[in-house]
Design a protein around this ligand. Structure first.
Ligand SMILES: [Zn+2]
Length: 451
């Protein structure tokens, strides 16, 4: 009984980054039993396997880890990509999220999870509105999810409408209570350093330690945040969070576009991780200083953030924007990008012993990419990873396995009816947009420019 892949190119992402040219992987239950040469493993497992997959001209990879996203905000597609960070967050997403019912969140999240699985994402850090129902969607889709809410004590409506920061500790407490109730498999979130007081961060950290979960926060996503953090709390974000005891090995900062040298140094000495979200950043005309963060000792993984769930696009964009920023066509090498998409993400989740590479004993989170395509040809041992990073396409994800369960098979999502999932999300989306349009019109008429 088991799932046996043979004749494939196995990109293990093991500590020595071994690539097995005629490789095989044997899975039993939710675990990888063995990874090795086809010849050797065939003798041991082929006859007893319940299913044998011929992976000739296919590449087997560890599932991708998407360590920052908001699946419910998929509903903003085509409406928030052409706005600044500030207008998108406070002007567009807030009102559309308010118009969503828990059921809308479920339908939207489910669609996002299906899309992610079809691009090889097997683990996701996800937050947004109605996260209890988004959690149900994660369970139903089969994806491995770390869900969280993002409490804050600043009044979002006042920031949105008047550009004024007003802090209310009671609102923070209320948000924290709801965030704790969600804890699932999970993380505790905080919104950002401009809208969360050090006191709230201290309380969130206390709860996270009590519940034995990690913490995450939007970090320097716009240039207002660090300035407001300094103005309100007297320190730049890194030091502010360190003084609040919020940082640690279990910390994921989302974005990090406007971190300064001090922030990087402080977070590195606290063994923190950052989710680099290159595609949404680039759409908003930003490039995060990823090379500085990594050189400074931070663990950097990749995230899609909202609207984009195609991880091959995320990987490609991460390389392009890095090169544009440092003006060096040789950095980063493709291998670094694949590390960010797999094992670095697993480290950020403190799961590197369980996911992030194809090794015996790990959870069977596997992606099979069909390389029998013009874009990967010619294929030689030296360009397996390079071809993936430069030319990879989600349309070539032939199989996605999460914990031994085949969720994408023959390029199709098979754990549910994809057409029904699309139809439901379409219907919810239409209804929510109608409700949100009125709210937008009102907001736009009274909004002032950002502070
Ligand atoms: Zn985000």
């Amino acid at each position: 009984m088991g799932l046996f892949f043979k004749n494939g190119i196995v990109v293990t992402m093991s500590p020595d980054r071994e690539i097995i040219w005629d490789g095989a992987v044997y899975v039993e239950g939710d675990r990888i039993v063995e990874v090795g040469d086809t010849k050797q493993l065939s003798q041991k497992y082929e006859t007893e396997a319940e299913r044998v997959v011929d992976a000739s001209r296919r590449v087997l990879l560890p599932g991708f880890c998407n360590i920052h996203c908001h699946s419910t905000l998929l509903i903003c597609r085509g409406r928030a990509e052409d706005a600044s960070n500030w207008d998108a967050i406070w002007g567009i997403m807030g009102s559309i999220a308010e118009a969503m019912t828990p059921e809308d969140a479920y339908m939207t999240s489910l669609l996002a999870h299906v899309e992610m699985l079809k691009s090889g994402i097997t683990s996701v850090v996800d937050s947004g509105i109605h996260m209890m129902r988004a959690g149900d969607a994660a369970v139903d889709s089969g994806i491995r999810a770390w869900l969280h809410e993002n409490p804050r004590d600043a009044d979002g409506a006042k920031i949105r409408d008047y550009g004024v920061y007003e802090y209310d500790a009671a609102a923070g407490e209320k948000g924290l209570k709801s965030a704790v109730e969600l804890v699932y498999k999970c993380l505790l979130g905080a919104h950002a350093t401009d809208v969360c007081s050090p006191d709230l961060l201290r309380k969130i950290r206390h709860e996270a330690d009590r519940l034995d979960v990690g913490v995450t926060i939007h970090l320097c996503q716009n240039d207002i945040e660090p300035k407001q953090c300094k103005k309100a709390w007297g320190d730049w974000p890194g030091v502010m969070m360190e003084k609040a005891g919020f940082l640690g090995r279990d910390f994921i900062g989302g974005h990090g576009i406007f971190v300064n040298e001090e922030d990087i140094e402080v977070m590195a000495r606290n063994n923190c991780s950052v989710s680099h979200n290159p595609l949404i950043n680039a759409k908003r005309a930003h490039i995060a200083p990823v090379s500085d963060m990594m050189a400074g000792g931070l663990n950097v993984g990749l995230g899609s953030d909202n609207m984009f769930y195609d991880f091959l696009e995320v990987i490609k964009t991460a390389q392009v924007v890095w090169r544009l920023r440092v003006k060096d066509p040789t950095e980063p090498p493709p291998q670094t990008l694949l590390e960010m998409a797999t094992i670095n993400g697993a480290k950020a989740l403190r799961m590197e012993q369980k996911i992030g590479s194809l090794e015996a004993g790990k959870l069977a989170d596997i992606v099979m990419m069909n390389y029998n395509r013009p874009r990967y040809t010619p294929l030689v041992e030296e360009n397996v990873v390079s071809n993936l990073v430069h030319f990879g396409s989600a349309s070539d994800v032939e199989m996605t396995v999460v914990g031994g369960k085949v969720l994408v098979d023959d390029f199709k999502y098979v754990a549910g009816d994809e057409q029904v999932i699309i139809d439901n999300a379409q219907q919810c989306g239409q209804e929510v947009w109608i409700k949100a349009k009125e709210a937008w019109a009102k907001q736009m008429s009274r909004r002032v420019s950002k502070p």
